[in-house]
Ligand binder design. Structure first.
Ligand SMILES: [Mg+2]
Length: 404
């Protein structure tokens, strides 16, 4: 059966939220990110782009390029709330949707044509989102995720685009190869060095040449350039959580030790999040006492994957939860409400150095194992266990129930 896939993407999301809350910022060049000298640009308005500003660049450089820009420090909590408002509207209107980042969604509208035109339905949905949240959003509609995503980017800002069945290749042909999802800077340079600039050129090449130049990615990029993509929309409610817990051989009342274990667990799960390019918006702590009564408490938080944000919240939860003067048999933590997303959401809270520190620590962990770098507070915890990447498409993860 032919599919109909909708891709929705909020326009310059952080910037739009700031303008919604502070109307004086409308139509002004705006930079959102870390405001210190070592901060990084998390989002920038369209007005700044002509000056060569882009997200991810050092704030200092962005300020030099566009001195008239207003610079504001972002707020992850505010953006998470607005992202959830939009998610709720989509959840009400569309049976099958995927939240692919804090500001991006895919919806499978296949079969809806019988009742109501898909394009009309998507247009109504877009209007509803903007009316109810005040945020501009764009969409692309086509037979698959890749073509719809490219269509959204072509439609932006605040617009929509439908690619009719059979027109995927001609739509993509004149575009720059940079517009193909997954063509990053490195791949772009490799292809440019071969004299390839337009998608059309890839379409005219045999697939095996792309394979020879770019390996396994070459095949995927060739397929995408030709508008071929069979990846499914992954229902949002099936998004996995990750968790870990520890049962003690001997029940314990040693709070310092318990906290040390929670710190080590949090570090470990946060590393798994970053490794899978995921963010969590809901954390919970579980305690089982020696009488086998189990209590847990959860907390909604702004999307994050950063240890230094997660650890204090986990310990706070533990402090409110641990109120019986009984021996503890088990402790556990869980991160849920996961969405794909990289560390960028925290850019305005951290300096480039903090980001580099995480990147360096994670690299060491990839190479030498999860326990190779630890916070001093978590060092007392023995085997936390070595995990495989929990986001590689394997069945839901419940981490090893380890004894110590
Ligand atoms: Mg967006």
């Amino acid at each position: 059966m032919q599919k109909t896939i909708l891709h929705l993407d909020l326009d310059t999301f952080f910037v739009s939220v700031e303008r919604l809350l502070h109307s004086e910022l409308r139509n002004k060049p705006l930079l959102v990110g870390g405001t210190s000298d070592r901060g990084v640009v998390a989002a920038c308005s369209y007005e700044t782009r002509g000056f060569g500003v882009h997200s991810g660049m050092p704030m200092k450089m962005a300020r030099e390029l566009c001195p008239e820009a207003v610079v504001i420090r972002g707020n992850a909590g505010t953006y998470t709330k607005h992202s959830e408002l939009v998610t709720e509207i989509i959840r009400e209107k569309v049976p099958l949707f995927e939240k692919s980042s804090i500001d991006e969604f895919y919806a499978d509208l296949s079969g809806m044509d019988r009742f109501f035109g898909c394009y009309q339905y998507a247009s109504e949905l877009r209007k509803t989102i903007t009316r109810e949240t005040g945020l501009p959003i764009s969409f692309g509609l086509s037979v698959n995720k890749v073509v719809s995503k490219v269509a959204t980017n072509e439609a932006k800002p605040n617009n929509q685009l439908k690619i009719d069945l059979g027109y995927e290749k001609p739509f993509l042909a004149p575009l720059s190869i940079k517009k193909i999802p997954m063509v990053g800077d490195k791949t772009y340079q490799t292809l440019r060095n071969l004299g390839i600039r337009q998608v059309k050129t890839i379409q005219e090449m045999p697939m095996d040449i792309m394979q020879r130049v770019l390996g396994a990615n070459g095949e995927l990029i060739w397929k995408r350039a030709n508008g071929v993509d069979h990846s499914p929309v992954i229902p949002f409610h099936e998004r996995k959580s990750i968790s870990t817990e520890r049962t003690f051989d001997k029940d314990t009342i040693d709070v310092v030790r318990l906290k040390g274990i929670l710190v080590a667990m949090t570090e470990n799960l946060a590393f798994q999040l970053r490794r899978g390019e995921k963010l969590t918006a809901c954390i919970s702590v579980k305690i089982r006492y020696s009488d086998f009564n189990t209590y847990s408490k959860q907390l909604r938080i702004p999307y994050t994957s950063a240890d230094h944000i997660l650890i204090p919240r986990i310990l706070e939860l533990f402090n409110t939860l641990y109120n019986r003067r009984l021996l503890v048999r088990l402790v556990g933590i869980r991160f849920s409400n996961l969405v794909p997303g990289n560390y960028q959401i925290n850019l305005f809270e951290d300096t480039e150095e903090a980001l580099n520190l995480y990147a360096a620590m994670d690299k060491i962990r990839e190479r030498f194992g999860d326990k190779s770098v630890l916070r001093a507070a978590g060092m007392g915890a023995k085997t936390i266990g070595r995990m495989q990447n929990p986001f590689n498409g394997q069945p839901p993860v419940v981490l090893a129930h380890r004894k110590q």
